[in-house]
Design a binder for this molecule. Structure first.
Ligand code: DPP
Ligand code: ZN
Length: 879
């Protein structure tokens, strides 16, 4: 397959000013009639005189140019295009095509979910709906007419504003929609179905009343409150923080059961994976609620960052995604605890983006090339992209950053632009030079900062030396130094912040954090006015997406964990301490858990008092995951890591039993369910404590756990208890795990999103027979390869969420995954390709596992007719 390069970008030869589409909708067969007003693009070079329209899986019935039906000699149908020969400079093209939604298992273009019809066009799905110039720099004014059987499809939705509805004599209904804002085809959407609406209204800053509707299958109308609340909060927040108002007469959301990604920001008609809309306290965990709030906001925010201003080409994807993730992260931080949100975001960045940046698929935030763009909706483009925007926001400060975004919105409204255009606005409004900073967009790999220090007791000068280097990544062997905002604090012996005064400065600043600007490969900073050697607190608030290395002693980490004024670094010190100890336990299997560590955890538990931030405390108490520990090793020791982590958890559970029981007592669930940050924090902390206690369970604790499960007060508590019961040794819990699983199934068999949890929990169990069980579940009547959520719940959860069993040294896990990928690829290449991720990391394992994984990758590569999606990831992984 061809490789697409950024350097080959050319403006489109033709533009489409207007598109009028008429759909005759049916599940089996849909006819699409398109009327396109085309003209030659004055900004583009003239080509061979032919018009090239993208199109895939379309059956062409008719093509007419300026009302003249074209004879076959005047056009050519290719597998992926319609070529119309010798077209004039300005003309109207009409096409009529047939598509088959019910056969569309790839879930790109128009497809069927349950009884409804819906679309997904980003990135290149519109070409499966009609012939078009399917690229984001062609912005078109769309109007749409939808005709369908009025009984089966009473709700007919498209982008923009509704402009009329009529019922025809034959029992069909026609709905017309008009979108006044020109948009690229990837933002196009239609939905048809027998849906129920949950409705509300929002009054914009300038006083316009906008109806808001969330459309769901009728049985789900009682699960939309949280999504609606989140939407209204997001609309208000975007007005207050960015001055951005909503711009259409109506805003519609539809929840869909079959969806490849999280959600899609189609203009005025956001289509969501049901997982990010539907929630009730008894069906959704606190994490689910937070996910809904974040994704609803994310898609809404795209209306300005993505839709009004879009991407020139797909290499610029982070222009909209990085910025919009930054915006949704800040929104969520404002809704709850800023510190905890930052920890969660960084944990996710380290868990997903850092490994990606260190592996065979590493690519810059603005990639240089791709085979399949769907493979580049990555943690790098999204989460690292958000960090790159965050750094600019911090460099400018809130006021100048707001000026920069105002300038960006004003200058580029209605256009398709580049990350360079964004940075230039920040530069102009911030009056700073970002020329070196731009490298963050172009250079892949996670920078490593090696820090060393020295203290001169005579002069009171403390010197910090920082060496930055970025490891090589595929296709990028030389790396340049980056501009890195590096936030530093210095602590005195009592744990208080010292003034961070640079040598040469006449006046000491107030005690606190100082932002240093790193630019060179090696930088040295000397701080003066110190009575004694300070303890450095480095990269406070995670001021840049880098890895810091500094030779802290255990005592210093314990000290920072207790005293650092920066909440993020208190957590990070705890993490570092746990990682260090766990790696020691991996290396030395009979090493006992040091008392000092248990004492430090005990001290943290004592902070659980009336004013404590329980959510933060729960984060501090969460041990690093097995995968993250693996990332810290030269060669991942799959079994050693699991053993060490269980050993440490059991030691905490045993030795701090009373303190943990105290946490359970103090943080009991009130009768009235409450979704406030404080209540979520209490649940998180209590369930973290329960998890430790259940590592060394006595009958009374097992009983508590079972009671929590059976009380069924809310899904957060139910799942936490169920997980403990399923993972516990049957020697301690008997068949309580099995019984609970059965009860859970009986209660929730008909709720697909809850049932996903049931599949996922079993797939993630550390029990030795898990793979057999997962294979058995493939045959379960409720399992299907055609629902991405179900596939992720069972197969994805096993491959990504269960390193111990997936990486079993007999290679059965690898064979299992490769088999599933080969089954899925012909059905849904995007999902098949995503499942490859754990195998791309094969170089991180011992020789036996390396050979086993490689053999599976090679087996996949030999198969005829692989999708571009799977081919690209497998070939790059082996390459
Ligand atoms: N643009 C969607 C999102 O990230 C995914 N394609 O919101
Ligand atoms: Zn997005």
């Amino acid at each position: 397959p061809p490789v697409i390069h950024l350097k080959d970008y050319r403006p489109p030869e033709f533009l489409i000013d207007r598109a009028a589409l008429h759909f005759d909708l049916g599940l089996e067969e849909t006819a699409v009639h398109a009327e396109l007003d085309l003209r030659r693009n004055p900004a583009a070079k003239r080509g061979d005189g032919d018009l090239y329209l993208d199109g895939e899986h379309l059956e062409l019935l008719e093509v007419a140019l300026d009302d003249r039906t074209l004879p076959p000699a005047e056009y050519e149908i290719r597998e992926d295009a319609l070529v119309v020969h010798r077209v004039p400079d300005r003309f109207r093209l009409r096409t009529r095509v047939l598509i088959r939604p019910a056969d569309n298992t790839a879930l790109e273009g128009l497809y069927v979910s349950g009884d409804m019809l819906c679309t997904q066009c980003e990135a290149e799905g519109f070409r499966r709906i009609t012939y078009f110039i399917d690229r984001p720099d062609v912005m078109t004014r769309f109007s749409v007419a939808l005709a369908a059987d009025a009984e089966r499809f009473p709700v007919l939705l498209a982008n923009g504003n509704p402009v009329g509805e009529e019922t025809l004599e034959d029992g069909r209904k026609v709905a017309r929609w008009d979108d006044p804002f020109p948009k690229p085809s990837y933002l196009f959407a239609v939905v048809a179905g027998d849906l129920a609406a949950v409705s509300d209204r929002f009054t914009t800053l300038s006083g316009r009343e906008v109806p808001l509707n969330i459309y769901v299958e009728p049985e789900n109308t009682d699960k939309c409150d949280h999504a609606m609340r989140s939407l209204k909060a997001a609309m208000r927040w975007d007005e207050e923080r960015y001055g951005r108002e909503y711009d259409l007469d109506v805003f519609n959301i539809v929840a869909v059961s079959h969806f490849n990604m999280g959600a899609m920001e189609n203009k005025g008609l956001n289509v969501f994976n049901a997982k990010y809309i539907l929630a009730r306290p008894d069906t959704a965990t606190d994490m689910d609620f937070a996910g809904i709030e974040g994704v609803v906001a994310h898609e809404y925010f795209h209306n300005w960052t993505g839709n009004r201003i879009t991407c020139r080409d797909w290499f610029q994807l982070s222009l909209k995604e990085g910025f919009t993730v930054y915006r949704d992260q800040e929104f969520s931080a404002d809704q709850s605890s800023r510190g905890v949100k930052r920890i969660e975001d960084v944990r996710m960045l380290r868990a997903r983006q850092f490994p990606e940046d260190a592996g065979p698929m590493a690519h810059p935030v603005r990639p240089d090339s791709y085979i399949e763009i769907n493979n580049f909706y990555t943690a790098t483009v999204y989460e690292k992209g958000a960090e790159v925007v965050r750094m600019q926001a911090n460099l400018l400060g809130p006021e100048r950053f707001r000026k920069g975004t105002d300038l960006y919105f004003e200058r580029f409204d209605g256009q398709a632009v580049t990350t360079e255009d964004f940075v230039r606005c920040m530069e102009e409004a911030g009056d700073i030079d970002l020329s070196q900073f731009r490298r963050w967009y172009a250079q892949a790999g996670t920078p490593v900062l090696e820090c060393a220090d020295s203290f001169d007791a005579h002069t009171g000068a403390y010197t910090l030396e920082i060496r930055q280097h970025t490891p090589t990544t595929p296709g990028q062997s030389t790396k340049l130094p980056l501009q890195i905002p590096f936030a530093v604090g210095l602590l005195d012996a009592a744990g208080a912040d010292l003034p961070v005064q640079l040598d040469g400065e006449t006046e000491a600043p107030a005690p606190g954090t100082r932002m240093l600007a790193l630019r060179e490969a090696v930088e040295r900073f000397t701080f003066v006015g110190l009575d004694a050697e300070p303890v450095p607190s480095l990269l406070r608030g995670f001021s840049a997406p880098v890895i810091v290395r500094y030779p802290y002693t255990d005592a210093q980490l314990t000290f920072l964990m207790a005293h650092d004024s920066d909440g993020f670094n208190r957590w990070d010190a705890a993490q570092s301490l746990s990682v260090r100890l766990l790696l020691e336990l991996v290396a030395e299997s009979d090493k006992p858990v040091p008392e000092a560590y248990i004492e430090a955890v005990g001290r943290a538990l004592k902070q659980d008092d009336a004013d404590a931030d329980q959510a933060l405390l729960a984060e501090v108490l969460t041990l690093p995951s097995e995968s993250y520990l693996g990332d810290q090793m030269t060669v991942v020791d799959v079994d050693g890591i699991h053993r060490a982590r269980e050993q440490l958890a059991a030691a905490i559970g045993e030795q701090l039993r009373d303190a943990l029981l105290g946490v359970l007592e103090r943080n009991q669930e009130p009768v009235e369910y409450d979704l406030s940050p404080a209540a979520m924090g209490r649940r998180a902390l209590r369930n973290a404590a329960l998890g430790y206690l259940m590592r060394a369970p006595t009958p009374d604790i097992v009983e508590r756990c079972r009671a929590q499960f059976e009380a069924g007060h809310n899904m957060t508590d139910v799942i936490a208890a169920l997980r403990c019961l399923v993972d516990a040794d049957p020697e301690h819990v008997g068949d309580a795990g099995e019984q609970a699983l059965t009860a859970f199934y009986q209660r929730w068999a008909e709720d697909p999103l809850v049932l996903d949890k049931w599949f996922g929990l079993q797939a993630q169990s550390s029990r030795p027979d898990t793979l057999e069980r997962v294979e058995g579940l493939l045959e379960h009547p409720k399992f299907t390869l055609t629902n991405p959520n179900r596939v992720r719940a069972l197969i994805g959860a096993f491959a990504v969420g269960n390193p111990l069993r997936f990486h079993a040294v007999d290679g059965a896990g690898y064979r299992f995954l490769a088999d599933r990928i080969l089954e899925l690829d012909p059905l849904n290449p995007q999902i098949a390709s995503r499942l490859l991720y754990p195998m791309t990391r094969w170089r991180r394992y011992d020789e036996i596992r390396q050979a086993l994984i490689r053999a599976q990758l090679e087996r996949i590569l030999e198969v005829e007719g692989l999708s571009n999606d799977v081919y690209e990831v497998v070939s790059k992984s082996l390459g």
